[in-house]
Design a protein around this ligand. Structure first.
Ligand code: HEM
Length: 314
């Protein structure tokens, strides 16, 4: 407790003195400052007031707040996922247990996102949702840049290319060509005309340079590359990466699809008539076949990718 007679206390003071001396600073002036400083509070530490001021509903419908906060929660989890990926990429020497543990962290975040998606599916009144969503157009979760960055950091760009174009390009093709054919660039198209929506145009305009830079940076150190280079034989690594692939490319997309099906399920003619997008053909993971680690799945498993119980197209 800082008893001056305690040798530990004297030792700590000595270390502090050395630390401040090394920077040419006078410790006793800083101690004076400490005398006047406030104690840290929980609410200041996590910036609670700021956090709770970041919701600005566009309508009077109470459930819009749930929609906003759940998106914010998701973006925070996406940020934690990117944080782990950054640390893996920055590690000077990668060892197997560190790699596995960090991927397990990411898997836990995705599990939370998958399991909590019922908040979207069942936690808002449909009548309210269908009204307030019209006030948010053309914004869409489709425009989540962090979601796209997670994809770019997990695998090589070729695995994010539209499935119909993937064969024609290769892992070593020019990154510009690969970016041109990214799978999601054929999403958010108008169902009736096939044209790119404003949602897509604005997203590309703001973020394509960011995605290009990320693609270049991750070319040699995305998770797939790191796995193939460092642990190609490790069963523990393979197992956690298979789990990551399933969570991020099947489970989360299916949980999300369930929400779209619950609120927006109409027949394609009605959707076309109201200027809707091609989401029914875009969102089901069995159509896009996005697989971060294709070498971890047999051809049969790849053929069955994403074929799960719910299918809004039927
Ligand atoms: C009631 C809830 C939701 C509905 C009805 C819904 C609907 C949709 C639809 C229709 C699309 C296709 C693009 C478009 O037509 O705009 C889409 C894409 C997307 N949404 Fe949602 N969404 C919901 C919640 C969320 C949440 C909470 C997130 C979290 C950030 C999110 C993230 C995304 C992402 C990342 C895409 C692109 C998916 C991909 O490219 O594979 N959505 N959403």
């Amino acid at each position: 407790m800082g008893d001056p007679a305690d040798p530990n206390f004297t030792e700590q003071l000595g270390k502090l003195q050395a630390k401040y001396n090394a920077m040419g600073q006078d410790l006793s002036s800083y101690l004076d400052g400490l005398l006047h400083a406030d104690f840290l509070t929980y609410w200041d530490y996590i910036h609670l007031d700021t956090l709770l001021s970041l919701q600005s509903p566009k309508t009077q419908f109470p459930d819009e707040k749930i929609f906003i906060i759940y998106h914010q929660i998701t973006e925070l989890y996406f940020n934690l996922i990117l944080w782990e990926i950054d640390q893996i990429a920055a590690a000077e020497t990668l060892n197997e247990s560190f790699f596995v543990e960090r991927i397990q962290r990411i898997n836990r975040y995705f599990q939370q996102l998958r399991d909590s998606f019922s908040i979207m599916v069942h936690g808002m009144e449909k009548e309210q949702f269908l009204k307030f969503r019209m006030s948010l157009l053309p914004a869409s979760g489709f425009q989540s840049a962090q979601y796209r960055l997670i994809e770019i950091c997990c695998t090589d760009m070729i695995n994010l290319v539209n499935v119909a174009e993937r064969e024609a390009l290769s892992e070593y093709s020019d990154i510009g060509q690969q970016l041109e054919k990214l799978y999601w660039r054929s999403g958010a198209n108008e169902l009736a005309s096939g044209k790119r929506t404003l949602t897509l145009q604005q997203f590309e305009e703001k973020y394509m340079p960011v995605f290009k830079a990320a693609g270049m940076k991750q070319r040699d150190k995305n998770l797939r590359k790191l796995y193939l280079k460092n642990f190609p034989q490790s069963e523990a690594v393979k197992q956690t990466l298979r789990e990551l692939d399933t969570l991020s490319n099947v489970h989360w997309p299916l949980a999300h699809l369930r929400a779209a099906g619950h609120y927006l399920h109409k027949n394609p003619q009605d959707i076309a008539a109201t200027g809707g997008t091609n989401w029914q053909k875009f969102l089901p993971p069995r159509f896009q076949k996005i697989i971060f680690f294709p070498e971890l799945w047999s051809p049969e498993e790849q053929a069955e990718w994403g074929k799960a119980a719910f299918d809004p197209g039927k």
